[in-house]
Design a protein around this ligand. Structure first.
Ligand code: KG4
Ligand code: ZN
Length: 343
């Protein structure tokens, strides 16, 4: 009987925690549509501007819901529940998605399901994907993006433990801010990755910070890159242009080393060798190579979802909605957005 029920579950999911508005429709564990409206406006400012973000969410959300339903080719009367990101994130942005989800659920007379954005990055691994199987419990999840850097022990869908996280900048910010110092446009992460492929990672040394336990720190790297550039361009204005690829390769190797040291420590301490990676920085070729080395040398099995489920997207909110629906975890209509929201 439960199987019958699972087959007929359709979730509409809304994500609006940062600068991308996203709406997805899921049938069971499968996404029928997963649309993202990216906000280009922030590029001009070299980072996300909260006021502009919430205004753009307001403009995008209604047309995006219509498009997501049309692409999924289902009538909204079929929907079983509305899932939305309650937090963490920018309050103004979260408010847009939260209010919209509440009124939609009320209007359609169907349940509302709140989702923690960080849990969603992790449970994105359970979206049905051809040729991939999800990690078995318990596994370690490392979420690396422009907003987050976190290692979590995942015992079950709703049983997670944060083992470590960044004390200052997120790893994506480390990429983007150092790229900015090199004169690269925002977001600089993908460009550092590209140029790193043509450079020598041993060319320059950047310090690895000493941080207790499984926590991370990236703000020191930014400062040391700033001093490094000032020192080297003093009598040699062309230094950065000439050494761009070597600097990028050395920087990327430093960041990957910082991530892998902590991930290996977490694996050692917990005895877990199923390692799942998510977030936009999971696209980085340096981290991918380090993970595949760890598969061979340490016997890890690693999991990286398709890129569309790594970056902020509503598909990952929808899968949590589906899992919570099965578990009868619904949310009262009195719910409000929460900028700080722990796993
Ligand atoms: O998950 P995401 O799209 O948005 C956030 O939630 O932040 O991640 C964006 C971040 C940016 O900092 C971007 O520079 C970084 O992911 N990124 C990369 C690469 N692709 C995206 N960083 C390094 N190498 C890449 N290939
Ligand atoms: Zn995110």
């Amino acid at each position: 009987q439960n199987r019958m029920r699972e087959k007929d579950i359709y979730i509409l999911a809304i994500e609006s925690s940062c600068d991308d508005t996203s709406v997805a429709v899921l049938h069971g564990r499968k996404t029928l549509s997963n649309l993202v409206a990216t906000q280009q406006i922030h590029r001009e400012y070299g980072g996300v501007v909260p006021e502009l973000a919430s205004r753009a969410h307001q403009q995008h959300i209604v047309p995006l819901v219509h498009q997501a339903l049309a692409k999924a080719n289902i009538d909204k009367k079929l929907l079983s529940a509305i899932a939305f990101t309650r937090g963490p994130g920018l309050l103004g942005s979260l408010l847009v998605g939260t209010s919209f989800a509440k009124s939609l659920a009320l209007g359609l007379g169907i349940p509302l399901i709140e989702v923690n954005h960080m849990e969603a990055h992790i449970l994105a691994h359970f979206i049905e994907t051809p040729g991939k199987s999800p990690p078995p419990f318990p596994f370690l999840a490392m979420t690396i993006s422009g907003g987050h850097t976190q290692i979590v022990k995942v015992n079950g869908y709703f049983d997670m433990e944060v083992l470590g996280e960044t004390l200052d900048d997120a790893v994506g910010e480390a990429f983007d801010k150092t790229a900015k110092l090199l004169g690269l446009p925002y977001p600089g992460g993908p460009l550092i990755d590209k140029y790193a492929g043509q450079g020598n990672p041993e060319a320059f040394d950047f310090p690895i910070p000493k941080v207790d336990g499984l926590n991370f720190s990236f703000s020191g790297l930014k400062t040391s890159v700033l001093y490094f550039i000032q020192r080297n361009t003093k009598n040699d204005p062309d230094f950065v242009a000439r050494e761009r690829d070597n600097i990028c390769a050395s920087l990327q190797q430093t960041i990957v080393t910082i991530l892998m040291q902590k991930l290996k420590k977490a694996a050692r301490e917990t005895g877990i060798r199923h390692i799942a990676i998510g977030g936009g920085v999971a696209a980085n070729s340096g981290i991918r190579q380090a993970l595949s080395e760890a598969e061979h040398k340490l016997g890890w099995t690693t999991y990286i979802p398709p890129f569309q489920y790594c970056t902020d997207n509503a598909g990952m909110i929808g899968i949590v909605g589906y899992l919570k629906y099965l578990d009868n975890r619904f949310t009262d209509l009195g719910v409000s957005a929460q900028a700080r929201y722990r796993i």
